[in-house]
Design a binder for this molecule. Structure first.
Ligand code: OSB
Ligand code: MG
Length: 373
């Protein structure tokens, strides 16, 4: 496989409702798409999940655009890759950071390779599931009642896990309200996006009262040592998100006991090959993983669903259907979820399994750049 040309596009896609986490809010998602062309004229789409602001990781749409056009795309152009697993190391060599930019190129090569081989992406990756179990990530709300209303709605739609974004001042009361309203059966978890410090451990221990499935990334984005200290005090399993940026960091988590679960987002770790390696290492260590989300369009979702079909994705992923985010997605068919909270893995079509609505993408595009070998 030889990539000859990449078209980069930025689209603006308004979210149905602003999504607020402890470190910021997004209303209009800047969707960053890549269209990869190979030497035989085959084309597949990919998505770069970088944020509008550097409030989740240091990357943004701007930095990723620069990284792809200046350094990453030129490295893959014209190279004859035997396997998409060979792309990651080429992007990694002497090029620090920019994981989401790397991931977009690397995963695009996986998508292209699947299409070329006439195989569904999930199959090329080694995924075994036909359906993946899905949860919802609820942003921070103005008050507990507003959160409870959204949690009840989510349960009625079939979601199998409800993730509540928390921050100091909007935590115990909010989680308590949802647990009281929904009862003891439903899986509830909290995600702090690094909003706390270890000095607040006494406060975080109060969350043990609500039988949470896990608490995601309570402490610093690059801090494994303090998470280990906190895990020793918490009954609730800690799940790391921001902190797991590579296979090494996942191994460090295991060594230090910084958490008991990992949220794998392929964008955050630099692509599919590293995601698979983290998945395999966790499987051997009896650590369950689940697939996180980055408010992707239907293109990015296709990659996440394929990844989540691997066997150790044992917990519900942030893999909500298109209608949770958008008035209308940019792919056909849109992503849907059944009443049991399951999303179907498209195993009946080669490549990413959805078709990009190119006319609509063209209409929504605010920036476009073509780079070629
Ligand atoms: O921490 O998982 C997170 C969205 C943007 C940045 C960080 C996070 C999230 C989500 C959204 O939780 C999950 C989704 O795509 O539904
Ligand atoms: Mg998170």
């Amino acid at each position: 496989m030889r990539v000859q040309q990449i078209t980069l596009r930025e689209l603006r896609l308004p979210l149905r409702e602003p999504f607020r986490i402890s470190s910021g809010v997004v209303s209009d998602r800047r969707i960053f798409l890549l269209e990869l062309h190979d030497a035989d004229g085959i084309v597949e789409w990919a998505e770069c999940v970088a944020g509008e602001q550097p409030n989740y990781t240091s990357e943004t749409v701007e930095t990723a655009w620069m990284a792809i056009t200046s350094w990453l795309a030129p490295r893959v152009f014209g190279v004859d890759f035997e396997s998409p697993a060979d792309v990651g190391p080429v992007l990694e060599r002497d090029l620090r950071g920019h994981s989401m930019a790397k991931a977009a190129v690397e995963m695009g090569c996986w998508g292209l390779a699947a299409l070329r081989a006439g195989k569904p992406l999930a199959e090329l990756l080694g995924g075994t599931r036909d359906r993946v179990v899905t949860g919802i990530s609820l942003g921070i709300q103005a008050n507990p009642d507003a959160l409870v209303a959204r949690a009840k709605d989510a349960r009625s739609k079939g979601y199998r896990k409800i993730k509540i974004k928390i921050m100091p001042g909007k935590d115990v009361e909010y989680v308590n309200a949802v647990r009281q309203a929904l009862g003891p059966e439903i899986s509830i978890m909290a995600d702090a996006n690094s909003a706390y410090t270890l000095s607040q451990a006494d406060h975080l221990v109060k969350l043990d009262a609500f039988n949470l499935l896990m608490i995601e990334q309570p402490l610093g984005q690059d801090d494994l040592v303090r998470h280990a200290a906190l895990q020793r005090r918490l009954q609730t399993p800690i799940c790391l998100d921001e902190s797991i940026t590579s296979l090494d960091r996942a191994e460090d988590m295991l060594t230090l006991g910084s958490g008991r679960i990992i949220n794998i987002k392929p964008g955050r770790v630099g692509g599919f090959t590293v995601s698979k390696a983290i998945h395999d290492t966790c499987e051997r260590a009896n650590i369950p993983v689940w697939c996180g989300g980055m408010l992707e369009s239907g293109v990015g979702r296709a990659y996440n669903v394929a990844l989540a079909s691997l066997p150790n994705f044992k917990l519900p992923g942030d893999l909500s259907p298109s209608s949770r985010y958008w008035e209308r997605d940019i792919v056909t068919p849109e992503w849907t979820m059944d009443a049991e909270g399951m999303v179907r893995v498209p195993r009946d079509r080669p490549g990413i399994g959805v078709t990009v609505d190119v006319d609509r993408v063209e209409n929504l595009t605010v920036r476009r750049q073509v780079i070629a070998a």
